[in-house]
Design a protein around this ligand. Structure first.
Ligand code: ZN
Length: 271
């Protein structure tokens, strides 16, 4: 009996909670920021949407006129769901507050769109140079900063993308030699330099998966021997890849997953 009452109370709460959902639809004519502002979406929510969806949508290339973004939730409150409906795909995330009280957005599988990054982009022998603001450069014979990590490895060792992303550059770049730059979401960029060669089939704007081989260790550019020069940039600034707290994928707690998915399905049915 008690169980039934609880269930009834929960259902009433659940239904009234979701019935109250308002939605705003953003029809893309120019850009997310422009079109979202026109329908009164707050700057904070727009910024969140760009950050969250950048993990799955390349805003420069995937977004097309006629695509929609739908924001579920009361105006000026934190949205309960953010959904992208494009010609080629749909991406939906739902709000969830973890046990520390932190609100985040998770896919219907209960995982955040951002992945965990690999700690290192290759199997290396040793770290030959760490991240320094100043070091003596063996070729240039001067003190230089080295905002990167050098991994000594055999010539030809495969180099992996540390996370899903989009290739921004794949070319010979002066002192860096043959280099690959990959963007991950809107804030991260990784650089892999001195490669002996690139992986076949990859070009600028190709999408890559975490762990995918993008090239092979070499010594092209300004380099004294085979190694990988690896940079991690966050919002355009070089960070120490060995100490920076990398994105780590989060999951909805097991005990909450059923309820979370039930709510997500309820919202999706109203699309
Ligand atoms: Zn280096």
């Amino acid at each position: 009996m008690r169980k039934f009452t609880l269930l009834l109370l929960f259902s009433l709460f659940f239904i009234s909670g979701t019935n109250a959902l308002e939605r705003s639809t953003i029809h893309i004519t120019r850009s997310l920021a422009y079109d979202a502002q026109r329908v009164g979406i707050s700057q904070k929510t727009i910024n969140n949407m760009v950050r969250i969806f950048s993990w799955k949508i390349d805003f420069d290339r995937d977004l097309e006129r006629g695509d929609r973004f739908i924001v579920f939730g009361k105006r000026h409150a934190t949205p309960s769901a953010l959904i992208y409906v494009g010609k080629k795909k749909r991406v939906a995330v739902f709000s969830y507050t973890d046990k520390y009280g932190r609100l985040g957005y998770y896919g219907i599988n209960g995982k955040t769109l951002y992945p965990s990054f690999l700690k290192a982009p290759l199997k290396y022998k040793r770290i030959s140079s760490k991240f320094h603001l100043k070091r003596f450069h063996p070729i240039l014979k001067t003190w230089r900063s080295h905002r990167a990590v050098d991994y000594a490895a055999e010539y030809g060792t495969p180099v992996y993308a540390v996370a899903d992303g989009v290739i921004k550059h794949r070319k010979r770049m002066g002192a860096l030699g043959k280099s690959v730059h990959i963007t991950h979401g809107s804030n991260y960029l990784t650089v892999y330099a001195h490669l002996s060669r690139f992986s076949r089939g990859l070009r600028t704007s190709s999408k890559v998966k975490k762990g995918q081989v993008i090239g092979y260790v070499g010594s092209t550019g300004r380099s004294t021997g085979p190694h990988l020069h690896y940079e991690l940039r966050y919002k355009g600034k070089r960070k120490n890849p060995l100490t920076w707290r990398l994105p780590k994928q989060k999951r909805v707690a097991k005990s909450d997953l059923k309820r979370f998915q039930k709510r997500a399905k309820f919202i999706l049915r109203r699309l």
